[in-house]
Design a protein around this ligand. Sequence first.
Ligand code: FES
Length: 171
Amino acid sequence: MGKDLTEIFSIYKNQESDLIPILQAIQTKNGYLSENSIIQVSKFTGVPESEVYGVATFYTQFRFSPIGKKHIMVCKGTACHVLGATKIAEGIERHLGIKEGEITFDMEYSLESVGCLGCCALAPCAMINNEVESKITLRNIKKIFKIKKKTIPYQNTKIPPEKLITHNKGK
Ligand code: FES
């Protein structure tokens, strides 16, 4: 990737106790932790790469592959589940042409499911970047994503292989 992390490294001390804040800052900047960024963090902090990976994979907040410009988090917490979150997630998958954990070929949308988003009164809901979409129905999915299928060539594909960092969280 080669994204410059000098600015981030200038804010923190090169010590192990700053590892998590550094990883958080990189993810905020780049959207995910690339293999290269892990190597750079390892060099900066002196923590072995395997340990940096170990810490990053321990916390579910960290990602190891890119997300779309619009990252969708479908809530599958209890309240949303009771009100049909699974069907909503399937509807979004069908509409975007991707499955959970995938990204559209044009890198516009990525999709994941999460636990409670903290707005159960608005269930079933999802977040698109930082905005909550509430009381989603199968009918209003199209409106929410404002996608013209005719003009945007979505493909049922995973992240392009050259952009994918293969690292299985929790394994
Ligand atoms: S269960 Fe979905 S917001 Fe709480």
